[in-house]
Design a binder for this molecule. Structure first.
Ligand code: GLV
Length: 328
C-alpha cells in the first residue's frame, strides 16, 4: 500500500512553481489569499499539520506551539531568519525546525550594496527631482553625495551574508572591517581583506558606513543601542538588511534628525510594518519594504530548500537545514 502523504500546511502564498511542486509531493493545504494567517488560523494549522511551512512574518511562539497536535513534527520555515519561531520550545516538544539559508545570500548582499549606494549617492533624492519634473540641468554643486571608494565599511555579523557584502564592497573600493562573535579563519580574513575588531564599540567609532548583517537573537537585540549609535561619526551612515530589532529605531531616528548620524538605509524595522513615521520624512534616509531576498530566483530557491527539508525528513533523516537552539 502506498505510504500516506505528509500533511503540509503553508501559511502564505508562495511563488507558483513552489506551490505546484509542493502539491505534487505532499498532501498540501495552500493559502488562497495573501494575508498572513491570524493567530486562530495558525493555531488551527499547528493542530492539523504534520509539517507547517510558515514564513518569517508568522509568530510561532510558545502559545501557538502549545496547541500543536501530536502529529506536528517539522516546522520548515520559508525564510533564513528563524526569530519568528520559539526554537527552544519546539525542540522541547520534539518538533524539528528548518530554514532556508544560502539561497538568499547574494540577493541580500546586493540589496545591502544598493542601500549603501542609494544613501551615499542620494539616489532617491535624484529620482524625486526627476519625478517632480524639477530638473533644471546638470550643475556643479547639485545633489553632491559622498564617494564610496576608500570609505571604511564596518560589517556587524560576518556570516554568509556579511561575507558576500564584504566581497561586493571591496570591488567598490571600500575598506572592509568587521565584528563577529567568532573571528574568521585567517585565510578567509585574508581573502576578504577584512580587518577584525574584537570591540564593537571601537569599530563603530571609526567607520564611515555600518552594515547590520547579524541575525536577530536575544543577544543581538539593540546591539546598536543609543549609546553605540552615539559612538558613530556624525558623517557616517548605517544600513540594515537584517532585522529591525538589532537597531534601536527610535534612537536612530532622533540622532539622524539631530544631525548626529548622516543617514540610513533600512530594509527592516523594529515593529514590522509599523515604521517610525518620522523616519519617513527624512531625505537622507532610504526605506525599503523588507525586500532584501525579493528576487524571483531567490524565492523559488527558498521553496526548493523547504521542499528538500520536508522530503529529507519524510525519508527519515535530519533536514539538511535543521536549526537547533545552540546555533542561535
Ligand atoms: O529576511 C528574510 C529571511 O530571513 O529569509
Amino acid at each position: 500500500m502506498p505510504r500516506e502523504r505528509l500533511s503540509v500546511v503553508v501559511t502564505r502564498r508562495l511563488p507558483e512553481a513552489v506551490e505546484t511542486r509542493l502539491s505534487e509531493l505532499f498532501d498540501v493545504k495552500l493559502r488562497d489569499n495573501d494575508d498572513p494567517m491570524t493567530r486562530e488560523e495558525l493555531t488551527a494549522a499547528v493542530k492539523e499539520a504534520d509539517v507547517l511551512v510558515p514564513t518569517i512574518t508568522d509568530t510561532i511562539d510558545g502559545g501557538i506551539l502549545g496547541h500543536a497536535g501530536e502529529n506536528l513534527r517539522l516546522i520548515a520555515n520559508y525564510g533564513a531568519g528563524v526569530d519568528n519561531i520559539d526554537v527552544a520550545t519546539a525542540r522541547q516538544r520534539g518538533i524539528l525546525v528548518s530554514n532556508t539559508p544560502g539561497v538568499l545570500t547574494d540577493d541580500t548582499a546586493d540589496m545591502t550594496m544598493a542601500l549603501i549606494l542609494a544613501v551615499t549617492r542620494r539616489i532617491p533624492e535624484g529620482l524625486g527631482v526627476m519625478q517632480k519634473g524639477d530638473w533644471a540641468g546638470w550643475a556643479p554643486t547639485a545633489l553632491l553625495g559622498g564617494r564610496v571608494g576608500g570609505r571604511r565599511l564596518g560589517i556587524l555579523g560576518m556570516g554568509r551574508i556579511g561575507q558576500a557584502v564584504a566581497r561586493r564592497a571591496s570591488a567598490f573600493g571600500m575598506q572592509v572591517h568587521y565584528h563577529n562573535r567568532r573571528r574568521l579563519r585567517p585565510e578567509i580574513e585574508q581573502e576578504l581583506e577584512a580587518t577584525y575588531w574584537e570591540s564593537l564599540d571601537q569599530m563603530v567609532a571609526r567607520m564611515d558606513v555600518i552594515s547590520i548583517n547579524c541575525p536577530s537573537t536575544p543577544s543581538t537585540f539593540h546591539l546598536m543601542n543609543a549609546r553605540r549609535l552615539k559612538l558613530m561619526k556624525p558623517s557616517a551612515v548605517i544600513v540594515n538588511t537584517s532585522r529591525g530589532e538589532v537597531v534601536d529605531e527610535n534612537a536612530l531616528t532622533r540622532m539622524i534628525r539631530a544631525g548626529e548620524i548622516a543617514g540610513a538605509g533600512l530594509d527592516v524595522y523594529e515593529q514590522g510594518t509599523d515604521v517610525n513615521p518620522r523616519l519617513r520624512q527624512l531625505p537622507n534616509v532610504v526605506l525599503l519594504p523588507h525586500m532584501g531576498s525579493a528576487t524571483l530566483e531567490g524565492r523559488i530557491e527558498m521553496g526548493e530548500k523547504v521542499i528538500i527539508n520536508i522530503k529529507t525528513f519524510e525519508d527519515g533523516h535530519r533536514p539538511p537545514d535543521q536549526v537547533v537552539p545552540a546555533m542561535l
